[in-house]
Ligand binder design. Structure first.
Ligand code: SAH
Length: 396
């Protein structure tokens, strides 16, 4: 018999709105002895079926829903159906000859909690973050083999959140291993190197695809400072869009070396780019002190807030960095500024940037809003899926 968890009175409300998480405080009782990742039925206080999900005894999120349909079994076909559905959405959205780095499955937003799958040309990378996803690895890989015949599959489950689920990090080839993790993808026609073994996250920041394209549209005739450049792809888009010069700044030697190779791969004029290994926080101040200015500054920092208690500090950090960035934008120039902290809502981010403008004593016009790319959709029932915000600002 399937084990089950019984919810406290009235704790089925968010599930009825199709939000896929059950917090530990919402659980009254556990029937049976489910192990980590086992499939359990989730029942309301009066014993009615609400959902079926994966049990995670070590996590504050005690269960994550796989289905709200009592008749749906969580088996190989289930994962094949769900992944095929997510892939069908993406196939409508992209011309694979121009863009073949695509998030195929965006976890909760694609009704597969804890499961992220990215496609890089003919290599798939999967990241399994929850006890349920871990338990279902075999079915997930089988579905990928069937849908993407002949593609290699690499696992990058090496993120800290797995600890909260009581899971160890795991990486390695799961299918058709290769000697190297390096793949060349296309993004809006640009060639981009992605290292699925050594790169950040699953190898690349696919979520910024549309923002890179936007940077390209604004870049004509401009000098650009690309802060937190990683492998320099905002810079590639800017140069292709007609920027006169790009300075890529990042702390990582490997990322900057790849940025250089990305320039070569796209036959761009190497004299138009500078790779600067620096702490952006210090570099911005240094440029300000030197009176160095740019026509366009891009700020795409890593996440500042991992949890609610860090949000106030994160606001301070964003305000500080945006203020100094504004001070080195030429009057009438552009700032493209981003926050990938999910806890920072769009309106709050705009307020923080507005406060930065006040402190910098500069005018700031918001002329465009940017968001995560289309293969990172936001499900109506899971608003937390909207984590990436960007503002295009004219700095006066
Ligand atoms: N804009 C990139 C993604 C940026 S991710 C893209 O579109 O691909 C954040 C980057 O910031 C990482 O490459 C990381 O190495 C870098 N980083 C983190 N802290 C930094 C700091 N203090 N100074 C400079 N770079 C930093």
């Amino acid at each position: 018999m399937t084990a089950s968890i019984i919810l406290q009175n009235d704790r089925d409300k968010s599930l009825k709105r199709r939000h896929p998480w059950v917090f530990s405080q919402a659980v009254k009782q556990v029937h049976g002895t489910p192990n980590s990742g086992d499939t359990v039925d989730i029942l309301s206080a009066d014993g009615k079926f609400v959902a079926r999900g994966a049990y995670s005894p070590n996590s504050q999120i005690r269960a994550r829903v796989w289905t709200f349909d009592q008749n749906e079994q969580i088996d190989a076909e289930f994962f094949l159906r769900r992944i095929a559905q997510a892939w069908a959405v993406r196939q409508q959205l992209f011309d694979l000859s121009q863009t073949n780095g695509i998030r195929v499955v965006a976890a909760e937003s694609d009704s597969l909690p804890g499961v992220t799958i990215d496609l890089y040309a003919d290599v798939l990378v999967c990241q399994l973050l929850s006890a349920g996803a871990e338990r279902q690895r075999k079915h997930i890989v089988a579905a990928l083999k069937q849908l993407f015949d002949g593609y290699s599959i690499y696992e990058r489950s090496d993120v800290d959140v797995r600890k909260k689920e009581g899971l160890e990090p795991r990486t390695g080839w799961l299918h058709l291993p290769r000697d190297s993790g390096e793949v060349t993808i296309k993004e809006n026609g640009l060639n981009i190197l992605v290292d699925v073994v050594n790169g950040h996250k699953t190898g690349f920041y696919l979520d910024q695809r549309d923002s890179r394209a936007a940077a390209g549209r604004y870049a004509k005739g401009k000098t650009v400072l690309n802060c937190f450049s990683y492998t320099g792809t905002f810079g590639l888009a800017a140069l292709t869009g007609g920027a006169t010069h790009v300075t890529n700044a990042d702390l990582s030697d490997l990322a900057l070396a790849t940025a250089q190779r990305n320039m070569e791969l796209n036959q761009l004029d190497l004299s138009k780019a500078t790779m600067t290994k620096a702490d952006v926080f210090k570099l911005l101040r240094q440029y300000k002190d030197e009176g160095k200015q740019f026509d366009m500054v891009i700020l795409d920092p890593p996440k500042f807030a991992e949890n609610k208690s860090q949000l106030v500090g994160a606001c301070r950090g964003y305000k500080d960095i945006n203020r100094v960035a504004m001070q080195i934008v030429k009057p009438g120039g552009l700032l493209l500024t981003f926050s990938c902290s999910g806890l920072m809502e769009e309106s709050l981010f705009q307020k923080v940037v507005a406060d930065a403008a006040l402190d910098a004593n500069r005018g700031c016009l918001f002329i465009e809003r940017l968001s995560q790319a289309k293969d990172h959709p936001i499900a109506s029932f899971y608003p937390e899926g909207h984590y990436l915000k960007g503002l295009v600002c004219i700095i006066q």
